[in-house]
Write a protein that binds this ligand. Structure first.
Ligand code: CA
Length: 303
């Protein structure tokens, strides 16, 4: 905490807390714990806004926060959308339809599992989960950490998303008038995943991030948690210096760098821990609540 005290600027206060969901505010059962809910309400009682910034779609994040009795601004799909607590969309950064078509054709050619996130829902395709089963069977013998329970867990998480629809043919989604926010891919085949990352990371107009060991996600170059956090802070008339961001993965880097105070979860990898001001407890130890109490009590908001 000493480094924080040293870098605190004259008159700086904490006015906004942005938290990631998976691996951060959500525990491994994908729930927001009572301890975290209490801490969020404590911060709000001190006049500090708490917002969610997630790779999940708005619908899904809204459903999770509503179940926990929390009403917040939501930065969704890795920054491609911003919604108010009342559900009004105030910003979006969709991909061009032509780019989405090119990406999907490529993912189809290379037999990737993928999902398409739009402003209407998350689309998946009936035969895609078989790809994951095949990859896992192939990869498991040389990778003891890869087992069927991992696949089951990932598949359960995917299927449990609110607004998740199965579409017969990927071409059908192009007939709709929708905004394309993000394409999510998952692969247990390391060489294939790396080849995909190498290819898409250099495509113009696009950005690529990863929120887990086995995925990569493609969005517009204008969509990032950091860009959206900056935009939302400006709308709320809050300086980025008075913002705290909490995250655990590579898709959080942009917002961890934007915020005045950055917090890595105890379960984050060393790259993420290395760029943050402090490291809090893990997501299963209510790390968000711990960070909130430590910061809120240090930098009480004076209005
Ligand atoms: Ca995360």
């Amino acid at each position: 905490m000493l480094c924080l005290l040293n870098r605190q600027k004259e008159g700086a206060t904490l006015k906004l807390i942005a938290t990631d969901l998976d691996g951060t505010l959500l525990n491994s059962r994908k729930e927001i714990s009572k301890e975290n809910i209490t801490a969020i309400k404590y911060a709000e009682s001190k006049g500090i806004k708490v917002i969610i910034a997630t790779g999940r779609s708005y619908f899904d994040a809204h459903s999770i926060s509503k179940r926990a009795g929390i009403s917040t601004y939501i930065i969704g799909s890795n920054g491609a959308s911003i919604h108010t607590p009342l559900g009004e969309q105030i910003s979006s950064a969709p991909m061009d339809k032509e780019d989405v078509q090119d990406i999907i054709h490529c993912l189809e050619d290379y037999n990737f599992y993928y999902e398409v996130y739009t402003n209407k829902g998350i689309y998946t395709f009936p035969d895609k989960k078989e790809i994951l089963h095949f990859e896992l069977t192939k990869a498991s013998p040389g990778n003891p950490q890869l087992d069927i329970s991992l696949l089951q867990k990932d598949l359960e998480t995917l299927s449990a998303q609110f607004g998740y629809f199965s579409v017969d043919n990927y071409r059908n989604i192009f007939e709709r008038d929708e905004k394309y926010y993000k394409i999510f891919t998952l692969s247990f085949d390391e060489a294939k995943r790396k080849a995909g990352i190498d290819y898409f990371i250099n495509m113009p107009h696009l950005s690529l991030v990863s929120s887990g060991d086995y995925n990569f996600e493609i969005s517009s170059q204008h969509a990032s948690k950091g860009n959206s956090l900056e935009k939302l802070s400006s709308i709320l008339d809050i300086s980025p210096e008075d913002v705290m961001a909490i995250g655990d993965s590579y898709n959080d880097v942009s917002m961890l760098k934007t915020a005045g105070y950055s917090v890595a979860m105890g379960n984050a990898n060393d790259d993420i821990k290395g760029i943050c001001d402090i490291i809090t407890d893990t997501n299963d130890q209510n790390g968000v609540a711990d960070a909130i109490y430590r910061f809120v009590d240090l930098y009480k908001n004076v209005g």
